[in-house]
Design a protein. Structure first.
Length: 390
């Protein structure tokens, strides 16, 4: 293992050696047929992962670029977007869409809670929206969206659905062929980044458009975008030896390898593992007197936002933990100093999480709390055993 630290921020996630090796492959020209074959494979595997009948776009950029790509190719200037926000990253769609002259309404949940689906229904009944954004899991709060509830409500209104899977894709099911109670009720766009549950370093923006979303792009005509215009990328995604803008060659090697790993594990198994990790880590940390911001019913399998017990100083906690080689993230906005965020996704293993649980307990002990690391590990293992046996 090349990693010297246990990187448990909610992305980037630990990179496994196989992926580092792919990254370190000899760089080839981006139109070289050998590279084009790898790019083709990566595109094919992305389609397999998301089961889309449409097209996928894999370009150099971060998750925010994928958000932008999803919005500007489906919603036109002066059209209306409804944002369902469970935190900081849901909120990001508002300034992004406003920058393109799109009218935005936002339904913001109290941090740690889900947006009430009735409010979504009410909004859809009074306004004519072109699309709705759903952040599958929000990295600021650790809250997950309930697609089974939201997709039918939005589709009954005939509106496009854009799912932000930045902290969900490759950990949670985002099957774009799945129907939600009616043959036409499907997710139209999934967007994501490379550095979270996919498990490669930051640098790729990935977006999948189904046929309905591709038709929406056609209907827009000329749009205020160039690099982000999927029409410029479509010929390359269909024939990767063609050129529009230079792809990040080595990241594509790594991405293809990462997708081999994901598809080999299988998305069903992967989702099960992530659910077990999420429940397990929260159960363990609760034994230390910590509380998850999100109630268990709405908590994300990929990351958790944990509130400190009384008297724990955020900076001291995270610094001491980093001295033990475990890196977690601070909380955002009004929760800064009161909570921390821990990722448990991608190619993270149960052994890594047990090690983190033990070190977190030791740091709390150093800070004067009476906690028992063995009790915490037992709680973690119990959740894992329950899920694995089902
Ligand atoms: C849910 C979600 N959406 C979008 C983003 C933005 O991605 P990036 O920071 O890669 O631009 C993030 C980043 O953490 C995220 O967690």
């Amino acid at each position: 293992m090349k990693n010297k630290e246990l990187l448990l921020v909610p992305g980037p996630t630990p990179v496994v050696d196989e992926i580092y090796e792919a990254l370190a492959s000899e760089t080839r020209g981006h139109t070289d047929p050998r590279f084009a074959a790898t790019f083709k494979s990566a595109i094919k595997q992305t389609k397999e992962l998301l089961q889309t009948d449409g097209e996928v776009f894999v370009v150099a950029g971060s998750g925010t670029l994928a958000m932008e790509m999803a919005i500007v190719n489906t919603v036109g200037r002066g059209e209306r977007l409804l944002v369902i926000s469970h935190g900081y990253f849901g909120d990001r769609f508002t300034p992004l869409a406003n920058a393109f002259g799109i009218e935005v309404d936002v339904l913001q949940a109290e941090w740690g809670k889900q947006v009430d689906p009735i409010l979504v229904q009410e909004k859809l009944a009074v306004n004519n929206y072109k699309a709705v954004t759903i952040t599958h899991a929000d990295t600021s709060t650790g809250v997950i969206s309930d697609l089974d509830v939201l997709v039918p409500i939005i589709k009954q209104a005939g509106v496009l659905i854009i799912v932000d899977g930045v902290v969900a894709t490759a950990a949670l099911d985002e099957n774009m062929s799945k129907t939600y109670g009616h043959p036409d009720y499907k997710i139209d766009v999934v967007l994501t980044g490379s550095q979270k549950a996919i498990g490669i370093p930051p640098g790729l923006a990935i977006a999948a458009f189904n046929q309905t979303a591709l038709e929406a792009r056609e209907a827009l005509g000329t749009i205020s975008a160039y690099y982000c215009d999927i029409k410029n990328w479509l010929p390359i995604m269909q024939e990767p030896s063609k050129y529009f803008a230079t792809p990040p060659v080595n990241l594509i090697y790594a991405y293809d390898t990462a997708l081999n790993i994901v598809l080999e594990e299988g998305i069903e198994e992967r989702e099960k593992r992530h659910i077990a990790f999420g429940r397990g880590i929260r159960s363990a940390l609760r034994t230390y007197g910590m509380k998850s911001l999100a109630a268990e019913e709405v908590a994300a399998p990929t990351l958790s936002c944990m509130l400190y017990p009384e008297g724990v100083d955020d900076a001291s906690f995270r610094t001491l933990l980093s001295h033990k080689g475990v890196i977690v993230a601070g909380a955002l906005a009004h929760l800064a100093g009161k909570a921390f965020r821990i990722g448990h996704m991608g190619n993270t293993t149960a052994e890594m999480l047990e090690s983190a649980i033990r070190h977190i307990g030791e740091v709390l002990q150093d800070l004067g709390l009476e906690v028992n690391t063995e009790t915490a590990i037992t709680a973690f293992r119990k959740e894992l055993a329950q899920i694995v046996s089902n």
